[in-house]
Design a protein around this ligand. Structure first.
Ligand SMILES: *Cc1c(COP(=O)(O)O)cnc(C)c1O
Length: 426
């Protein structure tokens, strides 16, 4: 073996995996089992007391899921990871380690619609208060900090408009406030952006999207950068204080730079329960092997489609950071030089009716509420995901009546452009 560090594509295929020690199976087996036999009573006791690492029960950990966790941690440059049932489950588990009732976290307003709902409504019943800030105005994050602020949450490439967030600038605010920066890296994937390289302390993903990549399995993951000191000022008691359920151990003291990932597993996943099925972990692992190939094709196709739309007479504007004249092009060149992702919006001169008509005429694009599939997808947010908002609120969230969102797949770009051309023209 040379001492060369493996590159990204090599890690995407190999990280975390080795031939199965019992059978020699080369692909990672699906360990479809709920529980694991202990060697003896002492072994069982040490596993339960966190004195030894090992498998107990699939809600807490599973060998197939462990390969996925190691692989994504390697791709993101983190110390450890925890796979869970969905992207939303990842967000709940992360924040449960950080917030007590009455605490606050700051979130960028440009966010996946489901996250806006989760933060605004569901988290209120836990006593967790979201304070919104504007990622185009870094000072708005600084102004939002209070003594109860426990975290800052942003997306690297933000839904639905595909805008690029200045991660480094916001990480400086987080550092000054003494709180961790959480980055949802779903739309970028680590192939385009590695938030930890830019100051993120925690990365979350919906594996459902580009990492799994084939629109067939839900999943989520939490990556611990190992960068944050949880012991300061007693602000994060889940990590710094003795845990009664584990004989009084302190997680930060015992587990150091992967204490956060451990907390998410042994306090979050164990007690809240959103475990990832090993079958889904297998599907997502298989998807990740081709992530670099797919992601590049997604981006190249998206750029070609965005350029076509920008030149079409029925189109009022295109919001794609990969276009040279886009507001976010400078940030895209800095943070995502290989491509600005594959999810973006454009607006139609014909307004709401033109949006509805376009969606009904497209044939190759599937009309549905998802992104990050091999297939190209389209949605008209104003008549679907955002239909409950009034017009002003729609515009504010980037989903005005004339706006259409695309998630560009890996088909031939000529076919995608031809489909859009017939649907726009007819
Ligand atoms: C889909 C998505 C989520 C939620 O993930 P699920 O797997 O659907 O729970 C969170 N953030 C972003 C950016 C997403 O696209």
């Amino acid at each position: 073996m040379s001492d060369r560090l493996p590159g990204f594509s090599t890690l995407a295929v190999h990280a975390g995996a080795q031939p199965d020690p019992t059978t020699g199976a080369r692909a990672t087996p699906i360990y479809q089992t709920t529980s694991f036999v202990f060697n003896d009573a002492d072994h069982a006791a040490s596993l339960f007391g966190l004195q030894a690492f090992g498998n107990i029960y699939t809600r807490i950990g599973n060998p197939t899921n462990a390969v996925l966790e190691e692989r994504v941690a390697a791709l993101e440059g983190g110390t450890a990871a925890l796979a869970v049932a969905s992207g939303h489950a990842a967000q709940v588990v992360v924040l449960q380690q950080l917030l007590q009732p009455g605490d606050e976290f700051i979130a960028a307003r440009k966010l996946y619609g489901g996250s806006i709902n989760q933060f605004t409504h569901a988290f209120k019943s836990f006593g967790w208060n979201v304070v919104w800030a504007d990622s185009d105005d870094i000072a708005s994050f600084e102004r939002a900090v209070t003594p109860r602020t426990k975290a800052i949450f942003i997306e690297s490439i933000a839904n639905p408009g595909g805008s690029i967030t200045d991660i480094e600038a916001i990480s400086t605010v987080a550092r000054k406030a003494g709180v961790p920066l959480i980055v949802d890296n779903t739309l970028a994937s680590p192939y385009l952006i590695r938030p930890i390289d830019h100051g993120a302390d925690i990365v979350v993903h919906s594996l459902t999207k580009f990492l799994g990549g084939h629109g067939n399995s839900l999943g989520g993951i939490i990556v611990d950068a190992g960068t944050f000191d949880w012991s300061t000022g007693g602000k994060y008691p889940m990590l710094s204080e003795p845990r009664p359920e584990y004989h009084g151990i302190r997680l930060q003291e015992t587990f150091g730079n992967f204490a956060f990932a451990i907390a998410c597993r042994v306090l979050g996943l164990r007690d809240l329960g959103p475990a990832l099925s090993p079958f889904n972990a297998f599907m997502i692992l298989t998807g990740i092997e081709t992530l670099p190939l797919r992601m590049q094709k997604h981006c190249d196709n998206a750029e070609a489609v965005a350029e076509f739309l920008a030149g079409h007479p029925a189109v009022a504007s295109v919001s794609y950071a990969g276009l040279a004249n886009d507001k976010y092009n400078q940030l895209a060149r800095k943070y995502a030089p290989k491509g600005a992702g594959a999810v973006f919006t454009f607006s139609l001169k014909g307004g709401y009716d033109a949006g509805v008509s376009l969606v009904s005429k497209l044939q190759l694009f599937s009309h549905l509420a998802n992104v990050g599939d091999t297939r190209s997808l389209v949605i008209h947010p104003a008549s679907t995901t955002h239909s409950q908002l009034d017009d002003a609120a729609k515009v504010k969230s980037g989903a005005g009546p004339d706006v259409v969102r695309l998630s560009i797949g890996i088909e031939d770009k000529e076919d995608l452009i031809a489909d859009l051309e017939q649907a726009l023209g007819a």
